[in-house]
Every structure is written in C-alpha cells, then in structure tokens.
Design a protein around this ligand. Structure first.
Ligand code: SF4
Length: 354
C-alpha cells in the first residue's frame, strides 16, 4: 500500500484518515501540529503520541523531508538553500531578512513551485533549463518547514512571516497544489501565516489570474511584467505570445475589481527595456489601476545576454512613473553575492557537477 505524504494533507484530511485507520480524530490534529507547526522530520519526535500509535501512523503516512544540499549566506543576511527531493531533483529556496526594518521584523521566504519552468524567460537561470515536473503540495510546504527547522537550530524563536511564491517555476501552472499549500500554511494549527502575507507571482497566466481572484481573494498577486511593449515582452517573457499585454492587463483589472487589492508589477530593468518609451508605455498600461511597480535591476545570469542599465537610466525610468503618480519603488537587492536570483545556485552546481 502506497503511503500518503503527510506534508500534503490539510488538518481535516488527516483527521478523517486517522478515523478511517482506527485512530481517534484528535490524533489527526496532533500529527498536523507536529508536522506543519513544529516541522518534525521523524515520527519518533511526536512525544505525546504512544509508540504503538506512532508505528500505526508510519504504516499509512510518509514523512519525507528534503535533504539540504547546500546553504549560502549573503553579507546582507539573505540565505539561499538548495534542497534535494526524494526522486533526486533539486530545488531552491531563498530567505530574505529585513533586519534594517526592525519595526516589522519581517522574514520573507521565496519558495519554488516546480522543478524547472516551462515559461523560459530570457534572463532566468531556471527558465534556461526547461521544465521537469510540478512540485507536490508537501514539497511546497516543506520548503517553509525545512528552512524554519534550520533557523530554529540557531535561534529557537525564529519565525517566517511572509511567503512569496516566486522561486523556481510558474505557480499558476501548478495551481491546485499552490492553493492547497497556501491553505496548509495559513492553518491555525500549522504555521498560521496570514493570507495577506502570502503573494503569488505569475509571468501572466491570464485565466488563472481571474480564477485566483475568485478562489482566494485574500492572497496577493505579483505579475512579472518586464516590458510595456508586446514585441519586447514576447522575447523577455515568452508566455506573452499566448497572453499578450492587452489580455494580461484586462485580467489584472478584473483581479483588482474582485479582490479590491492592488497588483504588484515586477519590472526587471535591463538593457532592452530601460528607456523613455517603455516607461511611458507602462504609464499608459497602469493608468487608473490599483497598482504598485517594483523596479529591480536585473540580476546578472550567465548566458542570458541581458545586462544592467546605468543608474541614471534607472532613475530616469522611475521619475517618469512618479510624475504620472504611479506608486513605484526600487526593490531592495538581496543576495547578489550568493547567486540569489531564481535558478542560479542550481545552475552553478549543475556546472560544477558536469
Ligand atoms: S522568471 Fe519565473 S516564470 Fe520566468 S522562466 Fe524563470 S521561473 Fe519561470
């Protein structure tokens, strides 16, 4: 009999399963707390459950935490983890602390949703490698649990406060698993991370943007825009050929109408898009919308052919948006010294192995 991955189950599902297997429903809650709140890696850690019940549980549930392959620490506090999964695939997770901003004491984790990615953005190390498979719900929630476990070994009071689904993969191509992972991470008896502290990032999967607004209007939406012109975006973010800017912006407006929330637009400034006509185009696209623009100087990725613009060009771009009264900020750069951009650490290790 194939065992069920415990990290993929909601508390209610665990309780039902326990009842089916002749255990009390309350055991389901206890297991959920041990797994999703305390992040155990071995059933023997469940100290308030009898050995006989632990043995029974281990016959129908599996607990397969990922292996930490490498950890990199940046001078700015950012940490990057490379995890090995049960089938030998590897994924990356990034933790960004905002120590300077002590008032909020924020620890944001950036998690992956797929092994590789089918979208193939021009400047992305993950996209260059193609798509392997979707992550399971347990592999998605597991990144939070395994990173927290590492942090708590150093500081038992450690907490993760915010989650961005912005690591390897297109989250909206693994929609069902991402939505379930959000519910598990939001659970009172799990990590209890507020829906509004979680953000799903997409390259622009139009039908799923609208579905997300209907299914979970609480969670935040970020769109990797990177250009205001179809002919440029077709190259930078190839999914644009399927869902061009007009349909993407219409979906974002619908999202805002349903959720009453603003959309964050990510714009990676590089040599192909940091000019006046792009900035003006962006102003036209966002006119009257509830929107915030994050400008990010593109991270140098080997072999991508795109590079950073000058500081003057970036400031000029920002000024045009500000003059049009569009909310805009430079996203704080994190972990430049440790391959923190999506897919870079994995790419580097593949090179080392080759
Ligand atoms: S940037 Fe995101 S959507 Fe684009 S290829 Fe990389 S992982 Fe995929």
């Amino acid at each position: 009999m194939e065992k069920i991955d415990c990290r993929s189950l909601l508390e209610t599902e665990l309780s039902e399963l326990c009842a089916e297997k002749g255990l009390s429903k309350f055991r389901g809650r206890q297991i959920f707390q041990w797994v999703e709140q305390k992040g155990i890696r071995d059933w023997r850690e469940m100290s308030n459950i009898s050995q006989a019940d632990r043995e029974k549980i281990s016959q129908f549930l599996s607990l397969r935490p990922a292996d930490l392959i490498r950890e990199q620490k940046s001078k700015d506090g950012t940490r990057k983890y490379l995890f090995g999964l049960a089938d030998g695939e590897r994924i990356e997770t990034v933790l960004m602390g905002y120590e300077k901003d002590r008032s909020r004491d924020r620890q944001t984790i950036c998690i992956s949703t797929q092994v590789g990615c089918p979208v193939g953005c021009l400047f992305c190390a993950t996209g260059m490698e193609g798509f392997k498979r979707n992550l399971t719900v347990g592999e998605i929630t597991g990144q939070v649990l395994d990173v927290l476990r590492i942090l708590r070994q150093e500081n038992p009071g450690s907490k993760i406060t915010n989650i961005v689904f912005m690591g390897m993969g297109e989250p909206l191509f693994n929609y069902k698993a991402v939505l379930k992972a959000i519910s598990i991470l939001n659970s009172k008896n799990g990590q209890n991370i507020g829906m509004r502290r979680m953000t799903v990032s997409t390259s622009g999967v139009v039908p799923k943007i609208i579905q997300l607004a209907q299914d979970n209007p609480q969670v935040g939406l970020a769109v990797s825009l990177h250009s205001s012109r179809d002919e440029v975006r077709d190259k930078l973010v190839p999914i644009n050929k399927k869902y061009p800017l007009a349909s993407l912006m219409a979906a974002c407006r619908t999202y805002s109408q349903i959720t009453k929330r603003r959309v964050t637009f990510e714009f990676a400034l590089n040599n192909t898009n940091t000019n006046k006509s792009e900035a003006q185009g962006l102003v036209n696209l966002l006119k009257g919308m509830m929107a915030h623009v994050n400008l990010i100087p593109v991270n140098p990725v080997q072999g991508s052919g795109v590079h950073r613009p000058t500081r003057e060009e970036m400031l000029m771009f920002k000024k045009i948006l500000e003059e049009a009264e569009i909310a805009v900020s430079f996203r704080e750069e994190k972990g430049l010294d440790i391959d923190a951009a999506c897919g870079q650490l994995r790419q580097r290790l593949e090179c080392e192995r080759a």
